[in-house]
Ligand binder design. Sequence first.
Ligand code: SAH
Length: 228
Amino acid sequence: MFQAQIFTLYPKVFPGPLGEGLYGKALSNKLWNLSIVNIRDTATDKHKTVDDTPYGGGSGMIMKADVLANSLDQNKIEGERIFYLSPKGKKFDQKFANEISKEKSISLICGHFEGVDERILNTRNIEEISIGDYVLSGGETAAFVFLDSILRLLPGVLGNQNSLNDESFQNGLLEYPQFTKPQIWEKKQVPEVLLSGDHNKIKDWRLSQSEAITRVRRPDLWQKYKKD
Ligand code: SAH
């Protein structure tokens, strides 16, 4: 079973969306497991301090390495990969989500304030992961994004596993346009080819649409697709 452990200062926000719908069902069916660790539990002073001012000056507060280290060490799982959600990290993408979905156990650290004391990262072999080039106020929303993209790849979680293969990014392209009933809506027809019943023709049309959309909207993906 895929095991996710989250280190956070705001344990109450979990499981949030991950406890609803398909993921909630998968959680009760034991297709995955979630445990939440409150970092503040390992603070040692009477105020339960988890952060302090940065050496060298500057604004904001830094999460203390000692408190975080105690939290991680007390909840260590053999063979796990530990990630710190951070705007400075390696950019998260679908390829990486596929890779992580094959792990047995992962831990995610949600930062706050100005981030964490850098020394925690090397001493605990932590991988820094960014969900995009923008700054959030805390790692919790990033953890939702990270886990959401991974959980749907776990066997048995989605009703139809085939639907994964056609999706944006899985084959290096954005998805083709989709349509459902009614056939004519506000005088707009569904593309004729989709009504033809000719599966090869539909497949070709979808691929050409995917390629056209990717070429226009994401030249970066398009260049890579053409090379591979
Ligand atoms: N001072 C830091 C930003 C801290 S933001 C810097 O300039 O790099 C506070 C916390 O939000 C971070 O510790 C991290 O856990 C989370 N966070 C912010 N942006 C993120 C992003 N793009 N991806 C993942 N986590 C992010």
